[in-house]
Every structure is written in structure tokens, then in C-alpha cells.
Design a protein around this ligand. Structure first.
Ligand code: FAD
Length: 436
């Protein structure tokens, strides 16, 4: 430990780990400090009876920002692409092919007529290539102009809820197109050995470049003097540590960053934007185990059910996530209202009804390992698509990274990693200016 660093990164979620490693790559001496005993925040893994369950995020975009950061650092991402995926609709699986034309093939199979499939495809194409729909209506309302077929609504609902942790009725229409332009054709995978291993590799990279990484080390305050950040104060064991740095990167989410620095340090328009923007989403998340491989797909986009929208089988492609010969499954579900999920037990009861329908004999064949509703300060996403803030705060030298400061079209872990890449660029540009 030193008293002074070039940069302090507070919080080791996706954005924090990526930012710390990228700044170390630029030659900065970095302190990465995390409140919890392990790295990764809402994208970590924990061991439940030998099964490595995702404490939050599970799927990584293949070739996306996290893999780009790893390539830049020269470390292995460990991401194994999902081998096969399908839509589950009324008890049947429709394989999702790779590459272009895959949505057309699915729509042709599930639409009531060729006309209906063509109408929806033409509207989607116009939205992508001619005029992006406005954010004034929801994606569900936008789609309803072209079809009321519940199977077609179901595939968009499952995709949106899986990628964005909200319902199609809650997503501003334009944001769907922004996302698809950024991620299509989407390929995703799982981290072999669990995502916490990946963050461990990034932490080793920081240490290998002269930095330090502390866990169980909550920041108590961010120190600001005369409009400039000066460092942070931490609690580590019985000790109070005061660390100075001209640059502080916070991964706590903008609201918590402001709380630690003190609201009085921020300019009023920044606070007004913050207060209007931060609206976390809730997500229902479950893991279960089975002695059987229940499907031949590593991911099912589940359509037209009460709550469940994704059912992943990560141990199919990453066997190390389950004990030998056993299988691990992850369930994602959106409450009807992702702002106020209401009675969580009742919501999980609906999830269970869905699982019993999707997997005959669920109670005999499967054992539930975890059941969590992420919300509030530990949410699905810290804010909704279209509402993200900038990485810069109004305090000089104080930046945010994470899923509340994504660029348009980015979300979740890919948005958090992308925010770290922008933070690095911002710092490099500022350093270049300082020395020019
Ligand atoms: C159930 C669930 C499933 C999801 N599935 C996916 C998915 O499959 N794919 C995907 O891309 N995204 C998914 N997401 C979203 C994704 O997990 C998040 O967008 C991403 O992990 C957010 O990372 P972040 O950089 O914002 O940091 P966070 O994960 O918010 O990390 C912040 C860190 O700061 C630490 N911290 C807080 N206070 C302090 C303090 N005072 N001092 C020090 N440290 C502190 C926290 O402990 C934490 O480690 C999912 C989210 C959830 C909840």
C-alpha cells in the first residue's frame, strides 16, 4: 500500500475491474478497492454445493467490450461461446441460427401467415435502416401496430427481458433498435470456471503493473477540494486509510458516488439529470441443478410464459461450472413491473409455475440452488436504456464507470466494460493535454 496513487478505482464490478486494468496498461499506478470479499460485483460467481452460480450477470458478448479489454491487456477472457440456442414457444424449440436471416426463419415458422411475417420484417427493417422509432412509445406498442400475434410478441419480450432486464412494454421503442444495431448479430458465451476467475486475472494484471488490489475495503468518502477530486478514505480491517490521487474512478453507480463525495460538491444541472435518470430495474434470478442434461441447447429464450424469459444451461459448454456428471441451469425472469416488483414470493411462485410447464417433472428432476430478486441498490441494471449519464461528473477528476453510464446501444456488462474503455480514453486525452 502507498499513500498516493495515480488513480483510485472504487468498486470491482465489470466497469471497475476493466477500468483499473486499462489504466494500469497506460502506466498509471492504480489502487482498486472493493467493499466485498470477492471481485466482480453483480457479475461474480459463488459456490453452492459445488455448482458455480452467477451472482448476477452470466452471459458475455463474444467479441464484445469485455473480450476487447482482455485482448488489449493480453489476458484470456475464458469465454466459451454458447453452442446452440433456441426459442421455447408453447412446448416446442425453434433453433436460433447464427448470422443474418435467423430472425426471418423464426418469424416464418411462427407467424400466422407469410403476410404477417413480411409485415413485421419490413417494419423492423425500416426501423433499422430508415427512421428509428421514437422513444415516446414502448417497443410493445410499436410492435402492436404490425401484429397482435402473442408468439411474435413473445420472442421480442424474451429477447428484451434477457438483454435489458425490463419488459417490452417498459422499453422505449427507439432503444430496441439502438441496441440491435450495436450487438447484432449477437453471439454470447459463458466464462469457463466462473466470471470471478476473469476478474482475478484483471486484478493480477493491475498488481503486475505496480498497483494494488484490496478487497473487504469499503470507501467511506471521496475527498473533493475546490471542485477537484483529491482521493478517498477507506476502512480496511480496523484501519482508516486516507489515499490521495488526482483521479478517482467510481464503479458504485452515480448516486452512490455523489453520496460519498457529498451532494454539495456537484453542480446543480448534473444533480438534476442524476435525480431524473437513475431508475434501477428488478430481475428474478434462480439456479437449479439436475443429474440430467435437460436440453440440447445451452440457452433457451422462453416465450409467452408468466414470467420466465431465459433458461440457460451454462454447464453444457462450461462443464467446470458443475460437479462431474451434474448439470447447472440459470433462470432469468422479469417481474411484471420492473420498477416496483411487488410481492417477491408471489413473483417466484409464477416463475416456478413456468418451470413446471417447461420441464415436465421439474420437482422430481431438479433441485433449486439459489433464488434472488435483484433490485434497489443491487439491481438488474442501475438505470434504463436511454437514461444513462456521462462518465464525467461535474467534479474534476471524478469519473463513473458501470452500467449506469453506458453509451447508447450498450447495456449490462458490455456497457460497463465499454464505459471503462471510454474512461481510459478520457484519461489518456487529458494526460496528453497536460503534457502538451
Ligand atoms: C441477475 C442478473 C443477471 C444479469 N445477467 C446479465 C448477463 O447475462 N449479461 C450481461 O451482460 N449483463 C447481465 N446483467 C447485468 C450486469 O451484471 C451488470 O450490468 C454489470 O455487472 C454491472 O457492472 P458495474 O460495472 O456497473 O458494477 P457493479 O456490479 O455494480 O459493481 C459495483 C461494485 O462496487 C462495490 N462497492 C459498492 N460500494 C462500495 C464502496 N463503498 N467501496 C468499495 N466498493 C464498493 C460493490 O461491492 C461492487 O462490487 C445481469 C444483472 C443481474 C443482477
Amino acid at each position: 500500500m502507498h499513500d498516493t496513487y495515480d488513480a483510485i478505482v472504487i468498486g470491482s464490478g465489470v466497469g471497475g475491474c476493466c477500468a483499473a486494468a486499462l489504466l494500469a496498461r497506460e502506466g498509471l499506478r492504480v489502487l482498486l478497492a472493493e467493499k466485498r470479499s470477492r471481485l466482480g460485483g453483480r457479475f461474480s460467481t459463488s459456490d453452492h454445493d459445488g455448482y458455480l452460480c452467477a451472482d448476477g450477470g452470466l452471459a458475455v458478448q463474444v467479441g464484445g467490450p469485455i473480450e476487447k479489454v482482455c485482448a488489449d491487456l493480453g489476458i484470456e477472457s475464458g469465454v466459451r461461446p454458447a453452442s446452440r440456442s433456441a426459442y421455447w414457444i408453447e412446448g416446442r424449440c425453434f433453433e436460433i441460427g447464427s448470422g443474418r436471416g435467423s430472425l426471418r426463419r423464426t418469424l416464418e415458422q411462427i407467424a400466422a401467415s407469410e403476410d404477417e411475417a413480411n409485415r413485421v420484417l419490413a417494419a423492423l427493417s425500416d426501423g433499422m435502416n430508415w427512421l428509428e422509432p421514437s422513444n415516446r412509445i414502448s417497443f410493445k406498442d410499436w410492435l402492436s401496430q404490425f401484429t397482435d400475434n402473442p408468439r411474435i410478441h413473445g420472442i421480442f419480450q424474451s429477447t428484451i427481458a434477457s438483454l435489458l432486464t425490463l419488459n417490452a412494454s417498459e422499453l422505449p421503442a427507439g432503444e430496441y433498435f439502438r441496441l440491435i444495431k450495436t450487438v447484432a448479430p449477437l453471439r454470447f458465451g459463458y466464462v469457463e470456471g466462473g466470471s470471478t476467475r476473469l476478474w482475478g486475472r484483471m486484478a493480477d494484471y493491475v498488481k503486475g503493473r505496480g498497483g494494488d488490489v484490496l478487497t473487504s475495503c469499503p470507501a467511506q468518502d471521496i475527498v473533493v477540494e475546490a471542485g477537484h477530486v483529491r482521493g478517498a478514505r477507506f476502512r480496511h480491517g480496523q484501519e482508516d486509510l486516507v489515499v490521495r490521487a488526482p483521479l478517482v474512478v467510481s464503479n458504485l453507480g452515480p448516486s452512490e458516488t455523489v453520496a460519498l463525495a457529498g451532494r454539495e460538491q456537484f453542480e446543480r444541472s448534473y444533480l438534476a439529470h442524476l435525480d431524473a435518470s437513475v431508475q434501477p430495474t428488478a430481475i428474478l434470478w434462480m439456479h437449479f441443478a439436475s443429474d440430467e442434461g435437460l436440453f440440447e441447447y445451452s440457452a433457451l429464450s422462453v416465450c409467452g410464459t408468466r414470467r420466465v424469459n431465459m433458461l440457460d444451461f451454462p454447464s453444457l459448454d462450461c462443464p467446470s461450472l458443475a460437479p462431474p456428471g451434474k448439470h447447472l441451469y440459470t433462470v432469468g425472469a422479469a417481474p411484471l413491473d420492473t420498477t416496483n416488483p411487488g410481492d417477491i414470493d408471489a413473483e417466484f411462485a409464477r416463475v416456478l409455475e413456468d418451470l413446471r410447464e417447461i420441464i415436465p417433472g421439474f420437482d422430481q428432476r431438479c433441485r433449486i440452488l439459489t433464488r434472488t430478486c435483484y433490485r434497489g441498490k443491487w439491481p438488474g441494471f442501475r438505470t434504463r436504456p436511454g437514461q444513462a449519464l456521462s462518465i464525467r461528473t461535474s467534479v474534476r477528476g471524478l469519473l463513473n464507470v458501470g452500467d449506469a453510464v453506458c453509451s447508447p446501444g450498450h447495456a449490462g456488462s458490455m456497457g460497463a466494460a465499454e464505459s471503462a474503455m471510454r474512461a481510459r480514453e478520457d484519461v489518456v486525452r487529458s494526460l496528453a493535454r497536460a503534457f502538451s
